[in-house]
Design a protein around this ligand. Sequence first.
Ligand code: CA
Length: 227
Amino acid sequence: MRILVVEDEAALRDALKRDLTAAGFTVDLAADGEEGLYSGREYPVDLAIVDLGLPKLPGLDLIRTLRAERKAFPILVLTARDRWQDKVAGLDAGADDYVAKPFRFEEVLARVQALLRRAGGWASPVLACGPVVLDLRSQTVAVGGEAVDLTTFEYRLLEHLMMRAGDVISKGELTERLYEQDFERDSNTIEVFMGRLRRKIDPDDTLRPIETLRGRGYRFSLPRDPR
Ligand code: CA
């Protein structure tokens, strides 16, 4: 999952990048509102974290502009402590949730994860599709009740596919969402990782949870459990 952080305080921006990266996200940074608008338009963003007090283009204007352009990804705003007016204004502009500064990273992470899973249509942090169960909180995967040992990249790939279970996701989109913008991209590596992931979660080739749609991409096709 790819997160855009728009924050003018360098120390906070860098801390968010470090902590979100450690939590398994791909992170793009913007230091002012104009840069944030550019990145929100150009990159395949899954969620944006936007500080309201930004140079060049204020956070509220940034959010309004993105929403006016039909950018629907969840937006978490960072507000000054005790400024309830900022929280209301942020939500009114089109943000989905807020965190007041100073915050603990755990709070930001919990809100980010909740927004992402709701955007994917999941009510619970445990994504269950029949025998395949992915727990977003512990970042663990089990198949038929047995834990499966995945590498960080394999986990992120599966998380992305299951978060949007039922949707077709192109190889290009997966590559863009799982790698940094300056990473040397090669969409063939996705095929290699996909092969390994399939062998780990479906060693007997009986479940076939991930479909390949020739020329279109991949789809996690086991139905979601009703909740
Ligand atoms: Ca600021």
